[in-house]
Every structure is written in structure tokens, then in C-alpha cells.
Design a protein around this ligand. Structure first.
Ligand SMILES: Nc1ncnc2c1ncn2[C@@H]1O[C@H](COP(=O)(O)OP(=O)(O)O)[C@@H](O)[C@H]1O
Ligand SMILES: [Mg+2]
Length: 322
């Protein structure tokens, strides 16, 4: 009888038959700290250069990255930040996806506080927002001693979120505190502004002007259909660079396919587009066709890739033809 464990092995074997460790395609962006991002991120050279040019300035800059959903805004932002983390160790880089219900200044404050592990004030602030940190918890439990009842009572009281009434002021204080350790400045990347509706974002940008003109570098993302369109016209001058991300061209998409596949391949990491082995388990013709129907849209590319590889694994083939 076939057990569930056997089925798992069979499923894994079907992927391995394609000479892959796993299906490399994902629809959500890759983690900033992972090496995978570096291996799979493809193209956008001109756009990266434009952003890096901004970072050669001593003066902090505000950058807006916009483009349609799935075009690669989050991936681009994360790629920029990961390069900065390697190249500018004395710059603090922070990333946050705009949380529901928070204004931009509080969001920025949260992003920075999260990265300042050894700053008591930052950790205290997170704790007040209802995000407990090991440092504060440890300090508290030593204060209340061994009495379990008191501990329980205290935690409930302390857990009540007390958001700052003046997040912009708080942020500036935090930025000042970061100055010693990070003399090259603080980058605050706020992703997914387009999750909110246009009028809400317009108000949010309006309220955040003081913060945006303050002491940090900012990178924001949105998409042109909603907020960004308004933003570009009504808040002109707020950004030093407004960067539009478009569809990738076919050779770049082909290269992207090679990078994804080689990041998961078991025993060949060929990345030369001239070598047909680099698109295995696709034949070069199938790979070209795959890139054509992906239309240079990274999310569509990933979605299709997932479907095609799952199907190939299920059908127990070892080569994908057009
Ligand atoms: N230049 C790129 N190279 C490799 N993968 C990319 C690239 N751009 C986007 N992706 C991937 O495509 C998917 C969709 O991109 P994402 O950044 O989430 O789009 P957006 O934020 O614009 O909606 C993600 O899995 C992402 O990792
Ligand atoms: Mg995104």
C-alpha cells in the first residue's frame, strides 16, 4: 500500500526528475536577507543606476518607485536595500510594507525602531505599540520578580498600545539617536502605498510632508493607476527622483528564467544564454515561448513558471517542450 510518506517522496522525486531542488518561482518578493534575491534578481540596470546616483549625494533624497502591480517594485526596492547594506555599512536601511491603519510618520518610526535592536528608546516604543521585544520583556520580568500574578497583571497593563502623539518628532529623535552608529544616514523604504485608496493616500502624503522633508532618506512605492498618478501632479517637487518600472524586454526575461532555474538546479549552474543546458528542464524553444507569453511582467512570469513546472512534475516528464 502507498503511504502518505511514499506520496511525499514521489512528489519530491517528480521535481528532482526535472533536476530541481524545488520550484523556484514565487509570487511574493524574496526576503531581503536571503542570498536568493541576489541570484534571481535580473535586469533593471538603468533604473538601479539612477537610484544609486541619488545615493552619491551627501544630502538625503526622496525617491518614488512606481509601476503596475506585479511589475517588480518590491523586488526592486529590496534589491536596492540589499546593495546598500553591503556597500554602505554605516547607513541604516529599513524596509516596511505600509501597515493598515497607520499614518506615514508612525510607519516610518516603526520601520526604524525595528532595526535599532540595541536602542532602549526604540525598543520601548515598539513595546508600547504592542510589539513586545525580548529586551523590554526581560527587564520587566526581572523588575516584578517571581510573582506570577503580578506579572500577568503588569503585562496586560503595559500591553496597551500608546502610540506617539507626535510621530514626526519621535522619528526625528530616533534619527538623531541613530546618527552615532550610522553616520551615513537612515534609509526608510515604505512599500505598498497603493494598498490604500487614492484620497486616503493623498491625505497621508499631505500630512507627511514635514517628515518627508526631515532627516532621513525615503524610498516609497505605489502604482500609477491609484495614488501615484495624483501624487505626481499634486505633490510635484516632493520627490528628487520618480522612477517608473516597465515590462522587462525579452532577452532580460530569458536571463531571468536562467537565473531562477539555476538557483534551484541540482547539478548544473550554467548561466550562459548560449548554452542550451541553462534553461533545462525547458528546451530553448520552450523557454523562448515561455518568456514571450510572460510579457516581461515578473509576477506573471512567476505565476506561469509555477504552473508549468508543477504540471511538468505531475506528468512525470523530464523535458519541457513548447
Ligand atoms: N527584476 C526582477 N528579477 C527577478 N525577479 C523579479 C524581478 N522583479 C520582480 N521579480 C519577482 O516577481 C514577483 C512580483 O514582483 P513584485 O516586486 O512583488 O511586484 P510589485 O511589488 O510591483 O507588485 C516577485 O516574486 C518578485 O520577486
Ligand atoms: Mg509590491
Amino acid at each position: 500500500m502507498t503511504t502518505a510518506d511514499d506520496l511525499f517522496d514521489q512528489s519530491q522525486g517528480n521535481i528532482q526528475r526535472l533536476d530541481l531542488r524545488e520550484i523556484p518561482f514565487t509570487e511574493s518578493p524574496i526576503d531581503l536577507e536571503s542570498e536568493t534575491l541576489q541570484r534571481i534578481f535580473t535586469g533593471r540596470q538603468g533604473e538601479l543606476l539612477q537610484v544609486f546616483n541619488q545615493f552619491q549625494s551627501r544630502e538625503r533624497r526622496r525617491i518614488l518607485v512606481y509601476g503596475r502591480i506585479g511589475i517588480g517594485k518590491s523586488a526592486f526596492l529590496l534589491e536596492v536595500l540589499s546593495v546598500l547594506r553591503r556597500k554602505r555599512p554605516k547607513m541604516l536601511t529599513t524596509y516596511i510594507s505600509l501597515p493598515a491603519g497607520l499614518d506615514l510618520a508612525t510607519t516610518a518610526l516603526l520601520a526604524v525602531a525595528k532595526e535599532m535592536d540595541d536602542d532602549y528608546w526604540a525598543q520601548r516604543y515598539l513595546y508600547q505599540l504592542g510589539i513586545p521585544t525580548s529586551k523590554i520583556l526581560k527587564e520587566r520580568s526581572s523588575k516584578v520578580g517571581g510573582n506570577a500574578l503580578i506579572t500577568a497583571e503588569t503585562s496586560e497593563k503595559d500591553m496597551e498600545p500608546v502610540t506617539s502623539q507626535y510621530p514626526t518628532v519621535s522619528l526625528n529623535i530616533l534619527l538623531e539617536r541613530a546618527q552615532d552608529k550610522y553616520p551615513d544616514g537612515v534609509v526608510i523604504a515604505i512599500d505598498d502605498l497603493d494598498k490604500r485608496n487614492p484620497s486616503e493616500v493623498r491625505q497621508m502624503m499631505h500630512d507627511a510632508q514635514g517628515m518627508l522633508k526631515g532627516d532621513a532618506w525615503f524610498m516609497l512605492t505605489g502604482h500609477p493607476m491609484g495614488i501615484t498618478g495624483d501624487l505626481l501632479t499634486s505633490e510635484r517637487g516632493l520627490f528628487d527622483l520618480q522612477l517608473k518600472l516597465d515590462e522587462l524586454d525579452q532577452p532580460t526575461t530569458y536571463k531571468m528564467l536562467i537565473n531562477y532555474l539555476s538557483s534551484a538546479r541540482l547539478d548544473n549552474d550554467c548561466t550562459d544564454p548560449q548554452d542550451p543546458r541553462c534553461v533545462l528542464p525547458f528546451t530553448p524553444e520552450a523557454a523562448a515561448e515561455f518568456c514571450r507569453v510572460s510579457l516581461g511582467k515578473p509576477r506573471l512570469f512567476n505565476r506561469l513558471g509555477n504552473t508549468v513546472l508543477s504540471k511538468a512534475a505531475d506528468s512525470e516528464v523530464d523535458l519541457i517542450t513548447p
